[in-house]
Ligand binder design. Structure first.
Ligand code: GLP
Length: 250
């Protein structure tokens, strides 16, 4: 394991392979839960996180880890969107996180992508997050350096809200990934995310390394939402593969 030296974020860990980075990220989450079995956790979706969640599920299967008392939140959901839609993040989370990690149903807090009034739904979710302060947020990074679905231009003071997705995100979703997903989403805000006690971000390949490069080496500005993490750098931990780190160093 190597460290990448950065002014604001001291814990940037670089692993020789994606596999190693995945294992260490899962180990970090597992350690946190062993110390705090009632932790409130906010989960990212995305392909990046799938192997991490699989690793956690393996630990649960072997009875090495118990998520049953943890609380589960998530970052975002397309809007409008029902859980059965192929692109639904709630659907993804039920399949990859809530069920395999055996989190009690009563401790799962889902964003309702079918809510009639998205403003009201965002407010409801923000209220729940306030009631159960988040111990750990697990992040990935997307087009334009988005975290959750906070697209470039999102205020660092933003709370959970409805947002219009950027052209770059829509291109990724519809053209690169062939999704029939909507052009809006409900997302935790940047201020909401920054309140989490600990924040980890996983990036395991070149594409995600490129997004991170802007966030870590450019200006801290809302033109790159992930750059906000540098404002709370002491509680941020990055798990990178060497492929992702190469992009940041280039
Ligand atoms: C998605 C989500 C993000 C996620 C990112 C990367 O759109 N809104 O929370 O981190 O994009 O996803 P992936 O790992 O599939 O590239």
């Amino acid at each position: 394991m190597q460290r990448l030296i950065h002014k604001e974020i001291k814990n940037i860990f670089v692993f020789p392979s994606k596999n190693k980075a995945v294992k260490e990220s899962a180990k970090f989450i597992a350690n946190l839960i062993s110390k705090n079995p009632q932790a409130s956790i906010s989960y990212a979706t995305g392909n990046t996180q799938i192997p991490v969640y699989l690793e956690l599920a393996r630990m649960v299967l072997k009875s090495k880890l118990d998520f049953s008392k943890t609380k589960a939140f998530h970052l975002d959901e397309y809007y409008p969107c029902k859980p059965s839609a192929q692109h639904s993040f709630v659907g993804y989370l039920r399949k990859c996180v809530f069920n395999p990690l055996r989190i009690s149903q009563s401790n799962v807090f889902e964003l309702n992508g079918k809510a009639v009034d998205p403003k009201k739904e965002a407010k409801r979710y923000e209220g729940l997050l306030k009631k159960h302060p988040v111990t750990l947020t697990i992040l990935g990074i997307g087009p334009g350096g988005h975290i959750g679905f906070n697209e470039p231009g999102s205020s660092f003071k933003s709370n959970t809200r409805l947002i219009k997705l950027s052209k770059e995100t829509l291109d990724r979703d519809r053209n690169d990934r062939g999704q029939k997903s909507p052009d809006h989403a409900l997302t935790q805000g940047i201020a909401t995310i920054l309140k989490s006690k600990v924040i980890i971000l996983n990036a395991f390949d070149q594409e995600h390394g490129k997004y991170l490069k802007h966030a870590l080496t450019g200006r801290i500005s809302n033109s790159c939402p992930a750059s906000a993490l540098r404002l709370v750098g002491s509680k941020v931990v990055l798990f990178l593969s060497s492929d992702a780190a190469k992009e940041i160093r280039s």
